[in-house]
Ligand binder design. Sequence first.
Ligand SMILES: Cc1cc2nc3c(=O)[nH]c(=O)nc-3n(C[C@H](O)[C@H](O)[C@H](O)COP(=O)(O)OP(=O)(O)OC[C@H]3O[C@@H](n4cnc5c(N)ncnc54)[C@H](O)[C@@H]3O)c2cc1C
Length: 297
Amino acid sequence: MRGFVFSDREDILAQVLTFFRQKMEVDGAVYADNVGISSDFGAKKLYLLQGTSFSDNVSEALLEIFEKEKYDFIFITSTALGREVAGIISDRMGKEIIAEIFDFNLVDSRVRTKRFAWGGKTVTEEESDCTLFTVMPGVVEATKAQEKSEVVQVKMKDSRVSLVQSIPKTSSTVDLEHANVIVSIGRGIGKKESIDLIMPLVKAVKGELAGSRPVCLDYQWLSEDRQVGLSGRKVKPKLYIALGISGQIQHIAGMRGSKAVIAINRDKAAPIFEEADYGIVGDLFQIVPALVNALQR
Ligand SMILES: Cc1cc2nc3c(=O)[nH]c(=O)nc-3n(C[C@H](O)[C@H](O)[C@H](O)COP(=O)(O)OP(=O)(O)OC[C@H]3O[C@@H](n4cnc5c(N)ncnc54)[C@H](O)[C@@H]3O)c2cc1C
């Protein structure tokens, strides 16, 4: 079996190559200016795409590779550009696509994949003959392979799009990586309006507000740059306060470096308590105002 992984982000390429190299022989592709570490993660051949990249010329470059090389499976990482490229490739190759998978197994020559459904509340497991997928970032932590990749330079054609102006995102000003105190909210807060109840605590501890993946990505109660976890930010504050977060491994991967952890959860069996130095079992809507009161006194 041979697979191919494309990502415009080197860190995500490294994760996804780590995952698939255990299952099949893989080649990879990434932008040439991302060459720093990409050749360490187990792609047999690593294509470095040179030139200004937009979805049209990246797709053309990948389609040319697919004409020369035969792959059983194509995996494109689910970034903004990756999703556009995947759509173009699906159309041009006439292939169906399964989007946003986070697990992949071959069972009796069929493919079994998992992805989230219903806003992240359930997992759908599908069996298919599909050969084209987008893959969620953070599928596993990247680890180096023993062998380095053979590097192949690819000069991309010019895009039909030209860049007129580049405006940095205003939301990316949050510096979670250097915050001393982080108050992190999970699905347990129930609705966006509950953030008003959390903000007095954030102010009282002079912290930054962060969240789990459902909060930042699925429901967008917070901006995506506040997501902590395997596919979000890796933080190491002196104090991490987890409110209504269950503590799944993908979340823990982002906050494991915290010096002290306080967890508030109404489920005493929630895995977050295994990471916590101080755990409070109870309703956060009662505990948070009481904590703020105590801190203000
Ligand atoms: C490839 C991949 C990458 C991922 N990357 C990330 C990532 O980077 N970051 C991330 O966070 N997740 C990530 N996830 C998702 C992760 O697996 C979990 O689904 C997610 O972390 C769960 O978020 P949560 O704890 O907010 O929600 P839930 O798991 O639904 O937990 C909510 C918690 O709130 C508690 N609760 C409810 N009401 C109250 C109340 N009133 N008071 C107190 N407690 C209450 C509940 O007991 C429960 O424990 C990833 C998943 C995959 C497959």
